[in-house]
Write a protein that binds this ligand. Structure first.
Ligand code: AMP
Length: 398
């Protein structure tokens, strides 16, 4: 049993760093409560044990202190709905006398939600005094915010030093995130296919480099594929290309060959005469795109080519769309890949999907329940797969 699951929180005030950075509309309604729901099992376990909970999070990127738009008070109603029967209090400053007093007098089964941590600039600066003030609010520190684990902020990392090793731990969400990432990175069954897509090679170089030592196959889709095509002498028309990354692409291809990793580039592309949903479209080999046209999705042959590789995989990691999936005309490739990942998972493969756009695609196309794990952390997940040590994780483990 994990440290969190075996811990008895009875009579303890658990200070939980959650990631409640959720989207709000103009009326301050939460439009997607996935991140709130993801934290509920951790909160429930503590309350069921007979403990109390203090929740702290950031929301958005407030620049000038307290701002209505970024107030966590907007989360009180959805939280009460998701935690029926529990008493939920809110305090309008995450530090100070009122927060101290409310935290001190919390009864078992009660929850205190703190106002946005980033209303204090000390949070992002990783200020030690601020972290210590937060630490005083709880007896135990639980980090359940994988989405911010790559930041050395006061509430994610610095705070951990004020708790002894037995009084700091991951929550259930964080445990699952770490376990699924570890399974893919260090314990993968082969063939292991990484599907990397999206806009820029520059954002994905480090993850590609690291995966060369882990994966057997790497599928490259999305706009970044065209930099690789150009690196091999292809004509890519007006498709997106990072000229200054052509040499990097060449080096990656050479390294892959030396290591015996198979790189799959889309054999053909769905091309368009402009970047718009009402563009004229056609198909062309990805290395022979006419001058005034651009590749905005993988083509039908590439779909088959990629699906074949995915169906023969035992481990799958997916980050980044295959095309401009926000436009209906160019979402076929991403949908095909999502469907193949789901089907391969059904056949027994382990699949991990991460990164904002691939997660939205999986949700949008209805495959969310059909993959093994969907990571809640975009940037954190990328850094984990780049092989970096995440400060939020290291602080708990030290
Ligand atoms: P990223 O944030 O790097 O994962 O990139 C995601 C973005 O890449 C999405 O907004 C896609 O619309 C965009 N994208 C994917 N394929 C293409 C393409 N062929 N041309 C232009 N943009 C693309």
């Amino acid at each position: 049993m994990s440290k969190f699951s075996s811990y008895n929180f009875s009579g303890q005030r658990a200070l939980i760093r959650v990631d409640f950075n959720v989207p709000l509309n103009d009326k301050f309604d939460v439009t997607d409560d996935t991140r709130i729901r993801a934290a509920i099992p951790t909160i429930r376990k503590i309350l069921d044990d007979g403990g109390s909970v203090i929740l702290m999070s950031h929301l958005g990127r407030p620049k000038d202190g307290p701002t209505e738009k970024y107030s966590l008070k907007h989360l009180v109603v959805p939280l009460r709905r998701l935690l029926p029967g529990a008493t939920l209090l809110f305090v309008k400053d995450c530090i100070g006398d009122e927060a101290q007093e409310l935290a001190r007098s919390l009864q078992k089964g009660e929850i205190l939600l703190l106002e946005n941590l980033r209303f204090h600039k000390e949070e992002e600066k990783g200020d030690k005094v601020f972290a210590e003030q937060l630490a005083k609010l709880g007896d135990v520190f639980v980090n359940d915010a994988f989405g911010t684990a790559h930041r050395a902020h006061a509430s994610t990392t610095v705070i951990a030093q004020f708790f002894t090793p037995d009084k700091k731990m991951f929550g259930l969400l964080m445990e699952n995130e770490v376990a699924s990432a570890e399974k893919v990175l260090h314990n993968s069954q082969k063939p292991f296919t990484a599907i990397i897509g999206g806009a820029k090679v520059s954002d994905k170089i480090l993850i590609l480099e690291n995966l060369l030592d882990k994966a057997t196959d790497i599928i490259i889709g999305g706009a970044m594929a065209y930099t690789f095509e150009k690196a091999q002498g292809g004509n890519i028309g007006k498709s997106l290309c990072e000229e200054d990354k052509i040499d990097t692409a060449k080096e990656l291809l050479a390294k892959a060959e030396a290591k015996g990793v198979c790189i799959h580039l889309p054999s053909d592309s769905l091309i368009a005469n402009k970047f718009a949903n009402d563009a004229e479209t056609s198909t062309a080999p990805s290395n022979n795109i006419p001058d005034d046209w651009m590749g905005l999705d993988i083509g039908v042959n590439a779909c088959e080519q990629f699906c074949n590789v995915i169906m023969h995989s035992k481990t799958i990691l997916w980050n980044g769309p295959m095309g401009v999936f926000e436009m209906e005309k160019f979402q076929h490739g991403t949908r095909c890949v999502a469907s193949a990942v789901a089907e391969s998972t059904q056949k027994g493969a382990y699949s991990l999907v991460g990164g904002g756009d691939s997660v939205s695609a999986v949700n949008q196309f209805g495959f969310a329940g059909k993959v093994s794990y969907i990571s809640t952390g975009g940037g954190a997940m990328l850094e984990y797969f780049e092989g970096k040590t995440l400060p939020g994780i290291a602080a708990i483990q030290s």
